[in-house]
Write a protein that binds this ligand. Sequence first.
Ligand code: FMN
Length: 535
Amino acid sequence: MPTTDRAGNGRITAYGGVEELWSLRDDVLVENGDDGSVSLTSRWGDLVIRRPGAILRESLHRMRLGPVSLANVRELGDGSREAALEQAALLAALDRLQHVVVRSLRAVDSEPVLLSAEPVSHRSGFRPRPLDPDVPVRMSRFASLASDGRYLRVESPLALHRVWLFRPEAVSIFAHLARARSAAAVAKLALLPADVTLAALSYLVAAGMVIEGETGDEGPVFAEETDPALRLWSLPDLLFHTRSTLGRHDEDFGATYRFGDGPGPEPVVRRREGKRFPLYRPVLADLLAADPPLTAVLESRRSARRFDRSLLTARDLGEFLYRAVRIRALHGAEGSAPGDAATQDRPYPAGGGIHELEFYVAVGACAGLERGVYVYDAEAHELVLVDGAPEPAGHLLRFARLAAGLEDDPPALITMTARFGRMFWKYSAMGYALTLKHVGVVMQTMYLVAHAMGLGACAVGSSEIEDTSRLLGTDWLAESGVGAMVVGRPPGGEGPSGFDPPARHGVNDPGWREECAGWSPDASYGAERDRHGDR
Ligand SMILES: Cc1cc2nc3c(=O)[nH]c(=O)nc-3n(C[C@H](O)[C@H](O)[C@H](O)COP(=O)(O)O)c2cc1C
């Protein structure tokens, strides 16, 4: 049975056919200080080793240049007791630097490195240990294989390392890891000598790409399937979560402008061609005089599920779009340098002022506007006709009816798309997540504006991007649906009619909803609006 070395610091000493190699991440700088110290500069900051021994100093400089066997570092390989002590001290020192140390394996009788485990977090720790040959192993369902254009890498949102597979023989191990097998069985099947495969497996287990199970009555059991938190996650969801946040990856993050200094592929405002329909503009004084108070709106707002298809007007849509999503100002010049790039100001907030969201209106029944699909020009405050045929609008409205559980097609549907290029030009890693946050911000803004106006609204969280892109005339990769809002007027005198779960246990002043419903638009806003008449 193989064993770890005495220091217990994650070396595999007993797999005869392999050599372990050590190097530093490519982005680590090693510098000697005037005071005898050595400093390591990495993406996670500076680390100063005040009094490194000569061997640690030499090892670090050599590891900076590429993978080295510690046995080849001066004086460590002669088998003497002093050399063994020096080596133990070196391993102890390297153990504290695990977040910048890349660990590689090579078969002793061949030159090329088989695979490497590279740390991706300042918390990464790598302590491979020899495997029990009888233990069931399998590729983690969260691990995935991808190419960087030269090599295959294995990554997992659960792992704080990425594994590089440099040789086909190393890749071949994964061919036998789709289902659970004993480590010994995998070693027998793979293209490499058994001890090399076992060493590689122990690296893959330590890196989190391969999981060890337990033998249960009904076959192998893996914690990945039984862990109460983990079993709920899918790979795409967990990958998106870990990659759109900081902490578990080493990718660039935030406003990096990684494509260069240009203005990006998307203009600050997309000019629209087509037949235009100027929209009603509300008067601020009217709104200030007639709007229900914020608390009344917040407390009595519901998702509306019933609409009277004869009540919605073009004036309603004009006022609604103006108050919720129009452009209030443009900042910076188009084509200006990054950091000073053109941005927008709208009633709802958006990260970086990018405002990548566009609003398409599918009109089903609206006095003053023909049925059809329109796009909102938020600068001109006009609708521009995209398609006046009945079917595109009908398709979008039907989808919304099903998604929102409505009895009938809604009078209007506002589909939000994102012009991804505007986001991705600026932001690395967090761009798409930011767009989804914007959708939520817009949804709440629309809910509140609609309710203040006496309209009913219901958010639609599921988007169908193939049909929607075809119907809106967009390339789904450049611009596609990310959310939608159903809008209409509830049947006469009725406020928005939400679904209440069967057992609703009110807490924290549940009666406020009814009290605030007294501020219904019929009682206040409607009367005020009638005095001003249609504009
Ligand atoms: C982001 C988001 C997505 C939603 N998606 C849907 C949806 O697809 N279908 C639906 O019927 N309701 C949807 N809703 C409405 C919720 O079901 C509703 O807000 C919830 O039941 C609470 O009811 P209330 O809005 O009346 O307070 C969504 C709400 C939000 C905020």
